[in-house]
Design a protein around this ligand. Structure first.
Ligand code: AMP
Length: 593
């Protein structure tokens, strides 16, 4: 298929707001695909060149894209820049300028979809000296063979700004619609996707006519993590589950470990590869008595000298690219394994919890760095409460109760796992914060073009707005849509004056909206600038939006107007009132060790 045809469909998708008709358009696009084309097409729709856990990023900077457009369209770079200032989008500028192309390109043939994908892949893999020049050359070659509309999407893709608003759920619907006319195969497609996190692969298998219901977990392909539901107390949990396993809930880093013929790969909760950061876990996993395995756990940094576990804040420092060996020596990790999904050729995701647990315990028996999570089995709310009290007194976050019969529910929040957490002196009051930026949606949220907010409070001394939270929950679907609409109008190209932030959201906005948020506690974070001392500022933990504050706004100096407002000074007072500066001190004994 020609990429120009793909571009026509992308344009149709952009014109529709309804998810159903979006899936219909994508289904029609899939119907035009020849063998082998659906897979790369799906990666492109997702804004990637490969499944996202491969970590391949096309990453052409705006400056370089400007050069490629200028050379293809035959205009000076200044002209490209000035058109972009007007249009606000380099993709649209590429389209505009190619329509008025000043020079004819000789001998360029139209782009095929597979050729475009191969070029994107090449661009993503280029690194080191001279790589930017090669990337510009590859993009120019593509633009030379492109229609103006095609150029728009090629440029947006290379800048990482394709943003079609087509999420994975819409692609799944489209695949099912293509074959069944409706959503009949949706659940089966979802399950396969949850097991391999690669929609391209799922589509290829599905469209080849193979039986997707026999799709299984594979070492080397990250499984989308199971998530826990929340209930208010022990009685509710026992009422729901009956006799269950009650596991300690460790507050560290979730790891999914894949072992395949002696090779180890470690994925984060977001399924990013982080293998090289944790050499001691790699070494321990390689020595497990198995040829291949996929298992999961929560890792905590451990102080061997004092026989103490470090807090989440200290553990998170292990997630770094440099100085890995030193950190592994100073803060060695211990992985508390809590589930197993695959062992020596056998998919265990459909095996009941109790059996998986026994398999897991046998696998890690005697290992020093990888140990099974601590647990009790009970059907008594009293016993559950006692275990919860013991766990939280010893510095843990709480417990996760697990249904003994349930399979591993990949990629879903179900009552197979139920968490009960210490409230950390949950903030009694809500806070009002200023929105300074927002993020694009990923996955199911892609269609709202909204994924969350970057929020700040004012430093009374300097007048600056210092960031205090990235807020990703508490929104209804309707609110996401209206927040996006409201914030898109006040986007700024650069960080607004008076905002002090280490984080860079997808879009900055003029600080004028105030929202009310709830959070579990105030904690220390190296990511936020509120009340910063040295490298660390204050942050809200598990922040969620409660409501928009229509009655509040921010004046031109960034000060909040209205009935009540939060400032950095108030955040500091609140955090001190919570105790030990609101910082969780988890460096205490962990039950069972
Ligand atoms: P939450 O992030 O509060 O939704 O709680 C779920 C998280 O708890 C999981 O994603 C794990 O990272 C973590 N966790 C800690 N201990 C356990 C455990 N024993 N079983 C399952 N998850 C655990």
């Amino acid at each position: 298929m020609r990429f120009s045809e793909v571009a026509e469909y992308f344009s149709k998708v952009e014109e529709t707001a309804s998810r159903l008709s979006m899936s219909g358009i994508i289904a029609e696009l899939f119907s035009k695909c020849c063998k082998g084309e659906a897979r790369p097409l799906i990666y492109i729709i997702e804004g990637n060149v490969a499944p996202s856990h491969e970590g391949l990023d096309v990453g052409i900077g705006e400056r370089f894209a400007i050069r490629a457009i200028a050379s293809t369209a035959g205009y000076p770079e200044k002209k490209v820049e000035s058109d972009c200032k007007k249009s606000g989008d380099l993709g649209t500028t590429a389209e505009n300028l190619l329509l008025k192309k000043a020079q004819l390109s000789l001998g360029s043939s139209p782009n095929e979809l597979l050729k475009v994908h191969a070029a994107f892949l090449k661009i993503a893999k280029l690194s080191g000296q001279g790589s930017q020049e090669s990337k510009i050359r590859l993009l120019s070659e593509l633009l030379n063979g492109a229609t103006p509309l095609e150029a728009k999407y090629l440029v947006r893709f290379c800048l990482g700004k394709l943003r079609l608003g087509v999420g994975d759920p819409s692609i799944i619907d489209a695949l099912s619609m293509l074959k069944k006319g409706g959503k009949e195969d949706k659940a089966m497609l979802e399950r396969a996707f949850n097991l391999c996190s690669d929609l391209g692969e799922v589509a290829e298998v599905y469209l080849s006519g193979s039986d997707l219901s026999r799709f299984s977990a594979q070492p080397g392909k990250p499984i989308r993590p199971a998530l826990a539901e929340r209930l208010a107390n022990a009685d509710e949990i026992i009422e729901k589950l009956g006799k269950c396993a009650v596991e300690a809930k460790y507050d560290g880093l979730r790891m999914q470990v894949h072992l395949k013929d002696g090779e180890v790969e470690i994925y984060s909760r977001k399924l990013e590869k982080m293998t090289h950061m944790f050499p001691e876990i790699v070494e321990a996993a390689a020595f497990l008595p198995a040829k291949s395995a996929v298992f999961e756990g929560e890792a905590l940094a451990y102080n061997a000298r004092e026989k103490k576990y470090y807090s989440f804040q200290q553990t998170i420092q292990r997630k770094r690219k440099y100085g890995v060996e030193e950190m592994a020596k100073d803060f060695p990790l211990r992985l508390f394994a809590f589930d197993i999904m695959y062992l020596d050729g056998k998919d265990l995701t459909l095996t009941p919890y109790l059996e998986r647990r026994k398999t897991l315990e046998k696998l890690v028996k005697g290992n020093k760095a990888i140990v099974p999570s601590d647990l009790i089995y009970t059907d008594s709310p009293k016993k559950l409460n006692e275990y919860f009290e013991r766990a939280t007194n010893e510095g843990l976050e709480g417990i996760i109760a697990k249904d003994l019969e349930q399979p591993y529910v990949a990629g879903a929040r179900k009552f197979a796992w139920i968490k009960l957490k210490k409230s950390y002196g949950e903030m009694a009051d809500t806070l009002d914060v200023v929105v300074v930026g927002y993020y694009l949606g990923k996955g199911a949220r892609e269609e709202f073009k909204f994924g969350g907010l970057l929020a700040a409070v004012q430093n009374e001394e300097t007048g600056e707005l210092e960031t205090v939270a990235k807020i990703g929950s508490g929104f209804t679907e309707g609110e996401m849509g209206s927040l996006e609409e409201m914030l898109a109008k006040i986007r700024t190209k650069e960080k607004p004056k008076g905002v002090n932030s280490k984080l860079v959201p997808d879009f900055w906005v003029t600080p004028q909206h105030v929202i009310t948020v709830a959070a579990d506690e105030i904690t220390l974070s190296p990511m936020h600038t509120c009340g910063m001392m040295g490298e660390t500022g204050y942050a809200l933990r598990f922040p969620r939006m409660v409501s928009m504050r229509e009655d509040k706004g921010v004046d031109r100096e960034g000060r909040m107007r209205g009935r009540r407002s939060q400032t950095r000074a108030q955040i500091l007072i609140v955090s001190q009132a919570i105790g030990s500066n609101g910082i969780q001190t988890a460096d205490k004994k962990i039950p069972g060790f």
